[in-house]
Design a binder for this molecule. Structure first.
Ligand SMILES: [Zn+2]
Length: 480
């Protein structure tokens, strides 16, 4: 089959090629000159900004304050928490020279900021009256990854990292689950990704955490994307950095700390959850342009059509719709339609002289309804606001249906391997790391999480028949 040079490899043929072509052709990102880095172009950065603004509001609404910590961290800091340094050592980028001289102590480019923030928490917390300390920072971090992939795993990426200190375990656990809930809501409500919230098994925990929780989304190739994680750190970092407070009886106690992060990775999740063979499909809440208007007129009628389009765009903007007029000359309407489909714009309006005379415009949606429908210009803002809401809900429901039809409850090894070949398996597991490793080497599947809402269930491991360790089913799948 001949392929338009502006088209992309079909998902069914090669999902990975599809992804790499879409992120480039939709003008979201470009590879950076240093290995594994990415340049986020304005269209891709706008998606991140929309996500960031919403998440930032929710972080503040739950009582946190933003601060900023340095990206250069003394290497010795990371060594203070044994599991933390062991987990991050292979991914560290280290500055050994600066100002033309070798440094007395190497500095690491932050892979995450528990250590430097822990050091500051120790200064700022002295009494129970200083607790809870609820901090967040928006920052870039650097992790030297072996294999990189735009948005999903890059040497440098953007994220927020929350860091909190509490008087006891109960409060810190409540915080860890509160932020997991925030991540679930952002994923569902903004990105239209129906993520599954759950706890990580010990082998998948964050380095230095007592408990790690995750939200996992299913991509259209059936693989899982870890879309945000929250960690209860116990007193591990409080011990390493002496974060302590005097309680109301005047005795010193260690704080219980948490950390949690969501990153530009979620933009990759949006692409792989909703995109199709025509390119990107953006949920309206994250679309830089929710509606693109293409004026269609030549010669003497062109100006009248353009005037009417501008007047309509102004009314849509007033109604709160992000609207863009594509009035580029010398490009055919067909070319523009293809380009905006590739770039995932939810709604397109076409207006020509005949539409104008009839007081209408032609509405084409990126997905769902086939064909175009005429809408009245008078009531266009209300019509489009409703249509955008419907489109957002449609994408979420479509993703839920896809996930459900690609997830199976499995009791035998045969059922399990069949399920993880195309999606996810719910299975009982013994909890042994060696058994997880065997499953991974045979099927490439890993335990994604123990879903919070899984029902209690007794039984034996799907792989080795040893007793189930968690008393409920674990979600397994191949993952990014
Ligand atoms: Zn087992």
């Amino acid at each position: 089959m001949a392929r338009d040079e502006r088209g992309v490899t079909p998902q069914s043929e090669d999902f990975s090629s599809w992804y790499n072509e879409v992120v480039t052709k939709a003008q979201l990102v470009e590879r950076g000159p240093a290995r594994g880095t990415m340049v986020i172009r304005p269209y891709g950065y706008r998606i991140w900004e929309l996500l960031q603004a919403d998440l930032d509001g929710r972080i503040k609404d739950t009582g946190h304050e933003n601060a900023y910590f340095p990206m250069l961290i003394p290497e010795s800091y990371l060594k203070r928490e044994a599991e933390h340094v062991e987990g991050f050592a292979p991914e560290l980028a280290v500055v050994t020279h600066a100002g033309g001289k070798e440094l007395d102590e190497p500095l690491v480019l932050r892979p995450t900021s528990e250590t430097v923030i822990g050091e500051m928490m120790a200064k700022w917390v002295t009494s129970y009256r200083d607790l809870p300390l609820l901090l967040n920072q928006w920052a870039n971090v650097v992790r030297w990854e072996m294999r990189t992939r735009l948005f999903l795993r890059t040497t440098e990426f953007l994220w927020q990292e929350g860091h909190t200190a509490h008087a006891d375990e109960a409060e810190a656990m409540e915080e860890t689950l509160r932020m997991l809930d925030v991540y679930e809501r952002v994923s569902r409500e903004m990105a239209a990704i129906p993520v599954v919230p759950g706890e990580k098994t010990p082998g998948e925990r964050f380095a230095g955490a007592v408990k790690t929780f995750t939200v996992e989304g299913m991509m259209r190739d059936g693989k899982a994307l870890q879309s945000g994680t929250t960690h209860y750190l116990g007193t591990n970092f409080a011990k390493a950095f002496t974060i302590q407070f005097s309680n109301d009886a005047g005795r010193l106690e260690l704080c219980h700390t948490t950390s949690w992060g969501m990153s530009t990775r979620l933009v990759g999740g949006v692409i792989m959850t909703h995109g199709d063979d025509k390119g990107l499909v953006l949920p309206p809440k994250l679309a830089p342009h929710q509606v693109v208007i293409v004026p269609i007129a030549r010669g003497e009628q062109a100006q009248a059509v353009l005037d009417a389009v501008r007047e309509l765009a102004a009314r849509l903007k007033t109604a709160g719709i992000r609207v863009h007029i594509d009035d580029r000359p010398q490009l055919s309407p067909g070319f523009k339609f293809n380009e905006w489909e590739m770039r995932g714009v939810p709604m397109r309006l076409e207006i020509g002289p005949r539409d104008l005379a009839a007081g209408t415009a032609l509405l084409a949606k990126r997905l769902g309804d086939e064909g175009k429908t005429a809408i009245a210009l008078d009531t266009a803002p209300q019509t489009l606001l409703a249509a955008l809401d419907d489109f957002q809900a449609f994408l979420l429901q479509r993703a839920i249906d896809f996930r459900e039809s690609h997830t199976a409850t499995t009791n035998t090894w045969q059922e399990f391997t069949a399920a993880v070949a195309t999606g996810w398996a719910r299975a009982l597991h013994c909890g042994r790391p060696e058994c997880e490793d065997e499953i991974k080497s045979e099927t490439a599947a890993t335990p994604r999480c123990i879903p919070l809402d899984a029902a209690a269930e007794a039984g034996t491991c799907v792989r080795c028949d040893a007793p189930s360790a968690y008393g409920k089913r674990v979600l397994f799948g191949r993952a990014y």
